[in-house]
Write a protein that binds this ligand. Structure first.
Ligand SMILES: Nc1nc2c(ncn2[C@@H]2O[C@H](COP(=O)(O)OP(=O)(O)OP(=O)(O)O)[C@@H](O)[C@H]2O)c(=O)[nH]1
Length: 187
């Protein structure tokens, strides 16, 4: 199994595992075929995967006890980027009202960056309007913390870096107002 992961991921994974007490659990969301299962396979996780249907998604049915959410986007799926945005915004709309919900950290994987027809990370970021999503909670300690990273789930590129960002967020807690925590990593 480890051999099949290839050098890149296994080395990065070692980095992740070398962090004491890295035991965070995150629900992973995304439209169908975004790459959630592939991603999990790469990282050895096996649960907390939820496909979001394009329509009739009821976030009330989703119970989240975690402190962070991972949202996976198929960067080649231009036609459904708006659906992905709507699903993401509905998901977080549910949490904006409560203080605990506003603490929920968002990590977006702009997946399938290995494909030539993939949108850039910035295109995905703008399509999801992540800045707008964060700004909805701006009145509250500087807005929601988020991060977007380009990934290739088939090789694992970018995955561990994203999880390490999450680890830092969850360890340090909310930075003082004025400290910028949100960012996009452009490839
Ligand atoms: N080229 C490329 N293909 C990918 C990548 N991630 C996933 N795929 C492929 O995309 C297809 C869908 O991937 P899955 O991991 O099954 O997607 P999913 O989000 O779990 O899909 P559902 O089970 O429908 O929710 C598969 O054929 C994967 O091999 C990637 O980063 N690059």
């Amino acid at each position: 199994m480890l051999r099949r992961l290839g050098g890149y991921v296994s080395n990065k994974w070692d980095t992740l595992r070398s962090i004491p007490e890295y035991d965070h659990q995150f629900p992973i969301f995304g439209l169908d075929a975004a790459g959630k299962s592939t991603l999990l396979y790469r990282l050895f996780y096996s649960e907390h995967v939820l496909a979001l249907p394009d329509h009739n998604f009821r976030v009330e049915t989703v119970s989240i006890k975690a402190k962070a959410v991972i949202f996976v986007v198929d960067s080649t799926d231009r036609q459904r980027l708006l659906y992905a945005k709507n699903a993401l915004w509905r998901l977080f709309g549910h949490y904006d009202d409560a203080e605990a919900g506003r603490e929920l950290v968002l990590l977006v994987f702009a997946n399938k960056q290995d494909r030539e027809d993939a949108m850039t990370v910035k295109e995905v970021m703008c399509g999801l309007d992540l800045e707008g999503l964060a700004a909805r909670t701006l009145g509250w300690q500087g807005g929601r913390r988020w991060h977007i990273r380009g990934t290739d789930a088939t090789t694992g590129e970018g995955l561990v870096e994203g999880l390490l960002w999450l680890d830092v967020q969850l360890r340090v807690g909310r930075p003082q107002p004025g400290v910028v925590a949100s960012e996009a990593v452009m490839d």
